[in-house]
Design a protein around this ligand. Structure first.
Ligand SMILES: CC(C)(COP(=O)([O-])OP(=O)([O-])OC[C@H]1O[C@@H](n2cnc3c(N)ncnc32)[C@H](O)[C@@H]1OP(=O)([O-])[O-])[C@@H](O)C(=O)NCCC(=O)NCCSC(=O)C[C@@](C)(O)CC(=O)[O-]
Length: 306
């Protein structure tokens, strides 16, 4: 395997807790709490916070407050607020709500595409085409997200060339950034590098993002491995919140606090204040009535408490 071993000097962390993290919660959280969370995260220094999803409220009830959340957050200059949109109906809502970036989300597995967005991969790309055109016309950033790129809960193995094919289709839509997602957290370091390098044959590696769930405890190792081959954008979720409603047993994204602790130790710049993220993690965990899943977050909180 060919790979560059120098780690990046700087990475971009996209905070996805308010969307990916909260979409799977059973208890509905108020818009007030979500607004508070998004504002805390933006103040901590993230340049990109995924704050909303304009999807069917029948499919994902937790995201039903997205319009209210986007309307009410106090915008921090320099922060991009993103929203997931599966179709034009979602796009119109995201535009009206003032999203800076829209995220079309597909999959590298036919079975997952059907379960998650009720259509085939080809149909999803056809739905994304008008969204992509409209995003460009309106001057919004366009991101593409590819679920199950490392394995599918229904289909199992996902061929590398299928990932490459979906990356190429997202590229042709005009995506500014493409997320390679380990929806069910099954990847390990070597596989991560193989998938990222295959994706990079279709799209510049500097614009690829690693979106790792931590189901098997491999997310930090996967991030390190992805950095070794040149990936420098990662998604994470404060307090390790999350899971996908259409991937049974999938746990949350890698915890942001753990990623920031790793980057700090490696001397890699993120522009994000770890202490403020720990506070945001304690806040949302308290609102949810449970302990944070972040190991670093809990350790820092325990140390503070003496
Ligand atoms: C895509 C659809 C809408 C298709 O669902 P459908 O039922 O095929 O859609 P439809 O066009 O036939 O419409 C049916 C109903 O949905 C409504 N509808 C239609 N579109 C919208 C919209 N945009 N916003 C609000 N409502 C909408 C539409 O108005 C209609 O309402 P009704 O007439 O029955 O009252 C549905 O399957 C859906 O909403 N799925 C959501 C899936 C989802 O949000 N999954 C979680 C996010 S993806 C994820 O977490 C993975 C990721 C990104 O994190 C990466 C990773 O880790 O893998």
């Amino acid at each position: 395997m060919t790979h560059q071993s120098a780690l990046p000097a700087k990475v971009k962390i996209v905070e996805v807790g308010p969307r990916d993290g909260l979409q799977n919660e059973k208890e509905a959280l108020s818009a007030d709490v979500k607004v508070d969370l998004v504002e805390r995260l933006a103040r901590a220094g993230f340049v990109n916070v995924e704050a909303a999803a304009f999807v069917s409220p029948k499919w994902v009830p937790q995201m039903a407050t997205s319009a209210e959340v986007l309307a009410r957050i106090e915008r921090r200059p320099g922060t991009i607020y993103s929203a997931l949109v599966p179709n034009m109906q979602g796009f119109e809502a995201a535009l009206a709500g003032g999203a800076d970036e829209v995220v079309v989300f597909g999959a590298a597995s036919e079975a997952f595409s059907q379960k998650n967005i009720n259509c085939s991969i080809a149909q999803s790309i056809a739905r994304f085409e008008p969204v992509a055109r409209a995003a460009k016309e309106q001057g919004l950033r366009l991101r593409g997200s590819i679920s199950t790129a490392f394995g599918c809960p229904y289909q199992g193995e996902v061929p590398l060339d299928t990932v490459g094919d979906v990356v190429a289709r997202m590229r042709d839509l005009g995506c500014d950034e493409i997320d390679i997602a380990d929806t069910i957290g099954v990847s390990t370091a070597k596989k991560t590098q193989a998938v990222m390098l295959r994706a990079a044959r279709e799209f510049p590696i500097a614009q690829l993002a690693g979106h790792f769930h931590d189901t098997y405890g491999q997310a930090l190792a996967n991030i390190y491995a992805a950095m070794e081959v040149g990936v420098a954008i990662f998604h994470s979720s404060v307090a390790g919140l999350g899971g996908c409603p259409y991937a049974k047993g999938a746990t949350g994204n890698v915890a942001t606090e753990d990623v920031l602790y790793l980057m700090q130790g490696l001397g890699i710049e993120t522009g994000v204040d770890l202490d403020q993220v720990v506070d945001a993690g304690l806040f949302i965990s308290q609102q949810l009535g449970r302990k944070s899943i972040s190991r670093a977050g809990n350790a820092i909180a325990a140390k503070r408490a003496g």
